[in-house]
Design a protein around this ligand. Structure first.
Ligand SMILES: [Zn+2]
Length: 206
């Protein structure tokens, strides 16, 4: 199988039941300028499908990965709302093998031996944390970047937030960097909320 062919297979797999579910009311992935706000990773990869309903205030969202008989992968949502954390939670719980953002997709691509560059879009699911680059030894430690990376790690791995308050975790951080900030669970909850909010903002960018 050449690179392109296995990439197509992977994307087809991601698309699930998309072709069966789509009809004239389908508004994702992006087809025209008006719908560009619904451009988060899950829509772009056809893992979710969003439809207009007869009520202009309401959209329907389908999980294309849940079997059609399942009641899990269906939601009604206000038409103005772009991203909701419960949709991410659905993927973590019901489809843990599937990526929910570009970073996770890149990891899977690496594992499958697919090209690791982003496949075909510029959607950055977790906002500024995706701008992270390895820090060179002469570059300053920026506590805000550290906090965003930690929040992202906790969000994407389901690590318990309590870990940040353990002595062992603090010892690890202080060994890496004596200036590492001491964080509470509340700090991390706040950072995770910011990440999710960033994602929503990214969805709104035109
Ligand atoms: Zn599902």
């Amino acid at each position: 199988m050449d690179e392109c062919e296995s990439k197509d297979t992977f994307l087809e797999f991601l698309a699930g039941r998309y072709e069966n579910l789509k009809d004239e009311n389908t508004i994702t992935p992006v087809t025209d300028r008006d719908q560009r706000k619904f451009r988060s990773y899950l829509y772009n990869r056809k893992l979710l499908l969003r439809k207009k309903t007869s009520d202009p205030e309401t959209h329907e969202i389908f999980c294309t990965q849940c079997p059609s008989s399942s009641l899990h992968g269906y939601w009604k949502t206000p038409a103005t709302r772009t991203t909701s954390s419960h949709l991410l939670v659905h993927f973590r719980n019901k489809h843990p093998d599937l990526p929910t953002n570009d970073t996770e997709e890149e990891k899977i691509c690496l594992r499958l031996g697919l090209p690791k560059s982003k496949i075909d879009d510029d959607t950055s699911s977790l906002g500024q944390a995706n701008l992270w680059k390895p820090r060179k030894s002469d570059e300053p430690f920026v506590p805000e970047v550290f906090r965003m990376l930690l929040a992202k790690a906790i969000l994407t791995t389901n690590l318990p937030v309590e870990i940040v308050e353990t002595q062992e975790f603090q010892d690890l951080l202080l060994y890496l960097n004596p200036d590492a900030p001491t964080l509470s669970r509340a700090d991390v909850h706040e950072d995770v909320a910011k990440l999710l909010k960033n994602e929503e903002k990214t969805d709104h960018v035109r």
